[in-house]
Design a protein around this ligand. Sequence first.
Ligand code: 4NP
Length: 156
Amino acid sequence: MSKSKASVLFVCLGNICRSPSAEAVFTKMAQDQNLDLVIDSAGTAGYHTGAEPDKRSQAIGLERGYSFKGVKCRKVEPQDFETFDYILGMDNKNISHLLEICPKEHQDKVRLFLSFADLQEKEVPDPYYGGKKGFEYVLDLIEEGAIGLIGQLQAS
Ligand code: 4NP
């Protein structure tokens, strides 16, 4: 029997800035490496359900060649803990929220995204109330995390 595709869910608070950016970056990097994966993103809060990613995130991502086509905001659902192999929070608050609702048998799937990168920074900070520089920094961190995660998946 063939091995099923590995699956990755990126999670932040609103699912309009950090996690959809991670989804867009990781989707491109996986395609570039011919990795066939299931990739999605979601938020621990549902304030923006159905919305497109934040325009500021999209603008910076598009400048760097990432596509946000079809990316829409949704809230984390109980089924996600069954479906996904990797459930990657952007910051420690996301991890706490996820662990509160994640069944015990799946808690080892919940990890900080930047644990895959070799960086001083351990969390991707929320850029929502800041300026353009914050969004650029977020994308820098996401690119590092995505490179690390690609390496891990290629090695496994
Ligand atoms: P995200 O950023 O968690 O990276 O999507 C946020 C987006 C919206 C809000 C907070 C964070 N908000 O409070 O509406």
